[in-house]
Write a protein that binds this ligand. Structure first.
Ligand code: AR6
Length: 171
């Protein structure tokens, strides 16, 4: 299968997906928050926060894995995107690291399907065009040299994000 056939774009709520793992746009405490983080914790139930509490947080750009609890996924991969602060504070490299480290964890755990929200594009205010460019570039880079994950889903929660990804999907 070509790399292009391994990438899909969907509109909707990531907590409803049935995949091996969904990625959470968390904060460094890993103790929950608003946005997609809040939605994932609500849908997963309190067991997820209990498990996260054992992880001692997560640095920006890094990723940690838990079970899926009440979600219809085997795992949640928690990554911490950078807060947008003008773009000259290492934001692009940190956002790229979120994707690379999430993919690495997924492959190490033998996961075949993974879904990402638009990390940092909400409360952390990363410009959508730049963030989706990085997300797609890191995805193409990883998939071109790794068999796992077999399939990557970008989940767009808004039309603006959907549009930004759709112009970047490989032909
Ligand atoms: N499914 C898919 N995408 C969603 C969902 C959902 N259910 N809900 C929101 N989004 P954000 P960040 C989109 O703010 O910018 C939390 O408090 C949303 O529209 O969730 O990385 C954490 O604890 C946006 O496009 O994450 C951190 O403190 C994208 O997900 C902080 O927010 C990311 O928006 C992280 O901020």
């Amino acid at each position: 299968m070509s790399v292009a056939d391994r990438i899909e774009l969907r509109r909707g709520d990531i907590t409803k997906l049935v995949v091996d793992a969904i990625v959470n746009a968390a904060n460094s405490s890993l103790l929950g928050g608003g946005g997609v983080d809040g939605a994932i914790h609500r849908a997963a139930g309190p067991g997820l926060a209990l498990e996260c509490r054992m992880l001692n947080g997560c640095k920006t750009g890094q990723a940690k894995i838990t079970g899926g609890h009440k979600l219809q996924v085997k795992h949640v991969i928690h990554t911490v995107g950078p807060v947008w602060n003008g773009g000259n504070h290492g934001e692009p490299a940190l956002l790229a690291a979120c994707y690379a480290n999430s993919f690495r964890l997924a492959a190490e755990h033998g996961l075949r399907t993974i879904a990402f929200p638009a990390i940092s594009c909400g409360i952390y205010r990363y410009p959508i065009e730049q963030a989706t460019e990085i997300a797609m570039a890191e995805t193409l880079k990883f998939l071109s040299v790794n068999d796992l994950p077999e399939k990557v889903t970008f989940v767009a929660f808004s039309d603006e994000i959907f549009q930004a990804y759709s112009t970047r999907l490989p032909a």
